[in-house]
Ligand binder design. Structure first.
Ligand SMILES: C[S@@+](CC[C@H](N)C(=O)[O-])C[C@H]1O[C@@H](n2cnc3c(N)ncnc32)[C@H](O)[C@@H]1O
Length: 404
């Protein structure tokens, strides 16, 4: 081959595959194109706080500099340097040695040699099993564009793939710890389902891993995405998975008290903009959904209302700080209002900041009825009033919807 691009892309795909299937061992970037101070770079995998990352070591004549980065960022760094800065790239996997080299005229070659096919250690396999909650060979993943026809994760979708796994892992834990664990029919609504990545994944997990008769509905404003997702659902024969075109604020689902089968048990709203998250939570509370999972997107409502105590003026005169405070207060009030309506609620980062800035998750699980319930609701309402009064907040969309 004469053009370097297809060979380089093929090499990057092999790298990405080895990271996905656990055979990656080491990558070395050597022989800098210009004989200046470019260091030799060695990349290995490391587990940091149970997170698989890439350790990039730049070796200078008198010192080494190590940087640990997430897999997508690591792949980006390697892609940026391959052949533009270095003439030799050596990828060692458990099964082969792959060498990419270029000469100064631009001729690129790739050389592959089998190396005895070392088995993954039991420890590594254990890590892999824990990391991957979603089996990579599921056909829907190809339909929604996460994997290619060969079942390999498309490099540009690596972050989404990680997010899907984390999301399913969280939902799995929530379902197992809620009243839904014993229920054979589980209905889910995913508000603002977009391209349906999480909707498909949850539907598949409920049916195949949790053995539920799952009915899953994605609600999405954009009709082209709805059509695309319904087509994909038909192609993979995803029984009980439907996408409807509608607005979160006006698409109504029956409430449990109406004995309708369309009442939902799990409400998902990931990255629904601004007060769309409030609309979704409101619907969940009205439907008495057992589980509420949302990852709020932008927060615009409270910031203009917030009155900052004079002593903190120097902190909040910086717009970025005020924005962060407004986000925090908005979501804390959402959590309190869920608690005031009978839910146990947690707010946490569900995925690393390096993968997405929209990484905050609100997870609420309906409390079992108890004597303490009324007291808990009263206490949460009191806290809502305290926070609002401290910041001078006059209206929070979720509270307005609940009061109406
Ligand atoms: C950022 S995307 C997130 C998609 C998906 N939840 C995910 O996390 O992969 C937000 C989606 O919500 C949709 N959306 C925004 N407001 C909506 C509304 N009021 N009703 C229904 N869908 C809405 C948008 O069209 C978009 O597809």
């Amino acid at each position: 081959m004469t053009s370097s691009q297809p060979i380089t892309e093929a090499f990057l795909q092999l790298l990405s595959d080895s990271l996905s299937d656990g055979t990656f061992r080491r990558l070395v970037l050597a022989k800098p194109r210009t004989a200046d101070s470019c260091p030799r770079i060695t990349v290995r995998e490391v587990l940091i706080r149970k997170e698989l990352m890439l350790s990039i070591v730049s070796s200078f004549p008198t010192s080494d500099i190590t940087k640990n980065v997430g897999l997508p960022e690591g792949i980006q760094v390697i892609s940026a340097h391959i052949l533009s800065t270095y003439l030799r790239v050596h990828l060692t996997t458990a099964v082969e040695q792959i060498d990419l080299s270029a000469n100064k005229k631009g001729t690129v070659t790739i050389h592959r040699q089998k190396v005895g096919g070392t088995e993954l250690t039991a420890e590594r396999r254990h890590d892999r099993v824990k990391k991957r909650f979603v089996p990579q060979d599921r056909p829907y993943l190809t339909e929604v564009g996460i994997t290619d026809r060969a079942g390999q994760v498309i490099p540009s979708m690596a972050r989404k793939w990680k997010q899907i796994n984390k999301f399913v892992e969280i939902l799995d834990g929530a379902i197992r710890s809620s009243s839904l664990a014993e229920q054979s029919n589980v209905n889910v609504v995913d508000f603002g389902s977009g391209k349906g990545y999480l909707t498909f994944a949850l539907h598949d997990h409920l049916r195949t891993s949790l053995d539920k008769q799952a009915g899953v509905t994605g609600v999405e404003l954009r009709s082209e995405l709805v059509d695309q997702c319904n087509l994909a659902a038909r192609r993979v024969s995803a029984e009980g998975l439907t996408f409807v075109c509608g607005d979160i604020g006006t698409t109504r689902f029956a409430t449990r008290s109406s004995q309708s089968t369309s009442a939902f048990d799990v409400m998902v709203a990931l990255h629904a903009c601004d007060t769309a998250t409030d609309l979704a939570i409101h619907q969940a509370i009205v439907a008495q959904s057992s589980i509420v999972v949302c990852s709020p997107c932008c927060h615009k409502e409270l910031r203009p209302q917030m009155r900052i105590p004079e002593a903190l003026n120097s902190v909040f005169r910086h717009g970025v700080h005020l924005g962060l405070e407004a986000d925090m207060v908005t979501d804390s009030l959402r959590a309190l209002l869920l608690e005031a309506n009978g839910y146990d609620t947690k707010i946490f980062e569900f995925i690393g900041l390096e993968d997405t800035s929209k990484n905050k998750m609100i997870l609420a699980i309906k409390r079992a009825p108890s004597d303490a319930d009324v007291e808990q609701r009263v206490a949460a309402n009191r806290e809502v009033a305290t926070v609002k009064s401290f910041y001078g907040i006059t209206a929070h969309h979720l509270e307005t919807l609940l009061n109406a």
